[in-house]
Design a protein around this ligand. Sequence first.
Ligand SMILES: Cc1cc2nc3c(=O)[nH]c(=O)nc-3n(C[C@H](O)[C@H](O)[C@H](O)COP(=O)(O)OP(=O)(O)OC[C@H]3O[C@@H](n4cnc5c(N)ncnc54)[C@H](O)[C@@H]3O)c2cc1C
Length: 529
Amino acid sequence: MRTIETQVLVIGGGATGVGVARDLAMRGVEVVLVERRELASGTSSRHTGMIHSGTRYVLRDPRAAVECYRENQTLRRIAPQCVVDGGAYVVLIPDDDPAYVPLWIEGCRAAGIPIEEISVGQVLRTEPAVNPAIRRAFRSPDTTGDPWRLIEANAASARQYGARILTYHRVLSLVEEQGRVVGAGCRDEITGEAVQIRAALVINAAGVWAAQVAATVGLSVPLLPSKGVMLAFNRRAINRPVLRCHPPSDADALMPSHSVLLSGSTDGDICEPDDVSINPAHVQIVLRESEKILPGISRSRRLRAWSGVRPLFIGEQAHDDTRQITRSHAVLDHESRDGKPGLLTIVGGKWTTYRLMAEEVADLAAGKLGVTRPCRTHEEVLPSDDLARHIWPGAALREVETSATSNELVCECELALRADVERCVREHDARTPSDLRRLARVGMGTCQGGTCGYRAAGLLHDLRRPDPRETCAALQDFGQERWHGATATADGVHLRQMRLNELLYTNVLALPAVVRLLPHEQTIGDRPQ
Ligand SMILES: Cc1cc2nc3c(=O)[nH]c(=O)nc-3n(C[C@H](O)[C@H](O)[C@H](O)COP(=O)(O)OP(=O)(O)OC[C@H]3O[C@@H](n4cnc5c(N)ncnc54)[C@H](O)[C@@H]3O)c2cc1C
């Protein structure tokens, strides 16, 4: 068994955990972070990428609204490479109650969120796909960002300050000695080796799994896992997010993301933390509601559906409707709360507010460790790299048109180049097509990996020379993840194209059964060749 000693152990490599590791490392604290899979493999990569300004929450959840606006502004400053530098339109559609608008305007004013009424004509001139029947419109500071880039940037910064980030290390149980949490027993998911990590303080940032982690030492964390479904369309019909001006409800926001359009999400499907199955009824809700903002969008090609599970902190709140549960967060000091020192839990919140969540729990941790250096994560700009150009489709296109030849393109839909793949391997230790998806958006566009998956896998194989079985397994994993989402929404021509891809992979390329669309009576087999 391997043993590691550190000052602070952070559990969870989502936005919150990586933010905590960065914050503490910048204060000079020795930190080890463990993540059971790759970074951002939990809810932090399964959302719609909206950097909220808080306008959604001003009436029901004013604390969350204020936090969102503050962090929206902070992220624009510290992570310009991960945030689209624009705003959103908030529109009143014919279904919405006009009486809500003055209350909402007053709520935004009270929360300090700058909104501005604009004419319907101005909206329709700049975003002609928006429902022409909208009755009022406002500009708001809501925008979008890239969750993977932001986590990578936080992780890079944390490492620069000395934090150790151990991916594929699963916490099996917290370790308790004489009533105090003193570390965690982990398993290296690649080698199978047992690893014990001993720490003066453990921070549980395991998101929707935080209750499971705390339960290993008999503690309860009142979390409600609430699943939501989102859809990606291949038509980037708008260039800024468009939200409805009404109390938050299912699929009432649409937003451009890189080359595609996202819609979502639904809420209220209470489930197990690991359940990311896609509820077909929720897909229909997203289609129906999206149509109200962008008429005709439901007839566009649906690239995929996916789901994520919200870690809603219920505390003492009564809840008939999950949308009434706060989107703010809670820091639990298990010493004062449960008489169990050595463990802090950070739960709830939003991706938008990850930095603030990290700051609050790091402040508490620093106090316990006697560290006096203050938080600086709101001041210091996060590191950037060349791959950041992917957040602006125009920038990627310009580069391809001016300097790349077509045989350098690995992913045509997302304009990822051979040089991008090489950089991902060299600088980010990318091992699989799924890593390339997160880092360079390979497979995120119209073909959903059908055309670029095998190229990416082949190129990775050339660059890394692993066991061929590893390459085939990684390609299969990538394809199945993509097709899982695509089959949930595909119909007609799209379904036929997927079937063609399936046959190409299995019968022409003799590759593993990347696609499991229909029974494989016509395939050669799914063993790696
Ligand atoms: C459908 C949906 C849409 C959303 N849309 C938005 C949005 O547009 N904007 C926004 O701001 N927020 C949005 N959110 C909320 C946001 O996604 C989450 O609040 C945020 O990502 C949570 O981050 P986290 O780091 O706390 O949790 P996670 O990202 O889930 O991180 C927890 C990590 O802990 C790891 N872990 C779990 N157990 C263990 C273990 N035993 N050992 C080691 N590691 C472990 C997991 O693998 C995971 O990576 C949305 C959420 C959902 C579900």
